[in-house]
Design a binder for this molecule. Structure first.
Ligand SMILES: Cc1cc2nc3c(=O)[nH]c(=O)nc-3n(C[C@H](O)[C@H](O)[C@H](O)COP(=O)(O)OP(=O)(O)OC[C@H]3O[C@@H](n4cnc5c(N)ncnc54)[C@H](O)[C@@H]3O)c2cc1C
Length: 433
């Protein structure tokens, strides 16, 4: 079990900036500092044309490292529907006012200017798997030798929340952006003695500790600013699924009511009431996080072979099992690893490495290692953490957790909160700069 003093060592060695098996180990160079100026190699001899759909944690990283490791002979086109990326990571801290949404925005300028990634603003709607090209809503199309899809998640529709008006009254705020700001405004408008009700979908969903983290930071804010208020957590899972010890303590500290095994029947947005197998729960604010599935570009293009929701991949390359030449990384793929930004960054590096080896006629690495690391704020000034390393298991052909690498904080602390900010800066720098 990893202890706190070893956590940064693990995250540094196998986490940010390096996934074992990375192409020719070039990732050991430090790309995290803002003054870092990358040299894109001109002499690798590798040639290829990659289109990447989605410029989030996985897509931005794979685009960057394809150029950084592969060199100028590798053409990389990153197609993203938004002008800037809003980080989900740390967005729970917008809810307690300790961060702003503008502090969580990341642009694509450095990927273009320093790494030579071609950035296209657009929405990919179609994939021609035989002709190897993608179609945008604008009518434009882009040909590829290999396609990487990293669209993140979409959400199932909860009965009662079919309309945009109902969704505006009951935001999930599980994709950072306007809904995050809306939820923050609803929380600050709560009266003292008010009730905040939130729901958690059955796993797998993005960021296993994230909803419990949200309950803790909201409860902490209400305790200090709206005395007598309470937070009720309705969880579809049978128990807290990550950092149980830290969140149980956080719930006890701020009087959070936790209800497991909750099945939602429907939501009444006009009365902010959720009807469940365990009765009706009404709040001054209702935050329903729906079950997830891969982004629509996956489900609409015949790539959701895992339960109709996710894409099964070969974790040596993240190539889709149903579609040769197409790789799926980040939240949209079905693997044994958590759906999380840090892991998305890691999967992207393994994928970039594999594509470059394929372009140069080499076998893909047979022993990839990835690392997941996560800090969770519990109050406005304390945090806990969780980490685990995964190694490829040739028997099950999956990424398996390495027991000796797994660890979590023994207690929340201010130290952890400071280290959380350093970890976040490094992760986002490795992804976007
Ligand atoms: C509140 C919260 C807290 C979190 N905290 C943490 C944390 O502490 N640590 C951690 O590791 N993870 C955390 N996560 C999870 C993390 O944010 C996700 O796992 C991660 O963002 C997944 O990366 P991705 O690249 O798969 O998807 P995303 O980062 O969502 O990126 C997908 C991108 O694809 C674009 N896109 C989608 N479809 C198309 C299309 N058809 N055409 C063009 N562009 C498209 C989208 O606009 C988006 O920019 C948190 C999540 C939430 C909600």
């Amino acid at each position: 079990m990893v202890k706190r003093r070893d956590f940064i060592k693990w995250a540094g060695a196998t986490g940010i900036g390096f996934a074992a098996g990375a192409f020719d180990m070039l990732a050991l160079a430090d790309t995290k500092s803002s003054s870092f100026v990358p040299v894109i190699p001109t002499n690798t001899g590798i040639k290829g044309n990659v289109v990447v759909i989605g410029g989030g944690m996985a897509g931005a990283t794979v685009a960057k490292y394809l150029r950084y490791w592969g060199g100028t002979g590798v053409t990389v086109t990153l197609i993203e529907r938004d002008s800037t990326y809003a980080s989900n990571i740390m967005s729970n801290l917008v809810l307690n006012g300790s961060r702003t949404m503008s502090s969580l925005q990341y642009g694509y300028g450095k990927l273009a200017s320093s790494y030579g990634v071609k950035i296209v603003k657009g929405d990919v709607v179609g994939i021609d798997k035989v002709g190897r090209k993608v179609a945008l809503a604008s009518g434009a199309s882009y040909a590829y030798d290999r396609l990487v899809i990293a669209p993140g998640v979409d959400f199932d529709i909860i009965p009662g929340l079919e309309t945009a008006a109902a969704q505006a009254k009951v935001p999930h705020a599980w994709k950072a952006g306007p809904q995050t700001t809306a939820l923050r405004n609803m929380i600050t408008a709560m009266p003292s003695g008010g009730v905040f009700v939130m729901t958690i979908p059955a796993k797998p969903y993005r960021c296993p500790p994230g909803p419990y983290e949200r309950a803790c930071v909201v409860a902490d804010w209400l305790k200090r600013n709206r005395p007598g208020s309470k937070v009720i957590v309705l969880d579809a899972n049978p128990e807290i699924i990550a950092e149980k010890h830290s969140f149980e303590e956080g719930f006890a500290l701020n009087g959070v009511t936790y209800v497991p095994n909750v099945i939602i029947n429907n939501v009444d947005a006009s009365t902010l009431t959720v009807n469940t197998n365990q009765g009706n729960f009404r709040g001054n604010v209702l935050n329903v996080i729906p079950p997830h599935r891969a982004g629509k570009v996956i489900t609409a293009n015949g790539l959701a072979d895992a339960g109709g929701k996710w894409t099964n991949v070969d974790v040596l390359s993240y190539e889709a099992k149903v579609a040769p030449g197409i790789h799926v990384i980040g939240d949209a793929s079905a693997t044994t690893q958590p759906k999380a930004g840090h892991i998305a960054n890691q999967e992207a590096k393994v994928c970039a490495d594999a594509i470059l080896r394929m372009f140069s006629g080499r076998a893909v690495d047979q022993a990839p290692v990835t690392n997941s690391a996560c800090y969770s704020p519990i109050t406005f000034e304390t945090a806990s953490w969780l980490t685990v390393t995964f190694a490829y298991d040739p028997v099950s052909q999956t990424m398996k957790a390495v027991p000796a690498s797994a660890g979590e904080a023994s207690a929340r602390s201010k130290d952890n909160f400071e280290e959380m900010n350093k970890w976040f800066t490094a992760l986002m720098g490795d992804t976007f700069a």
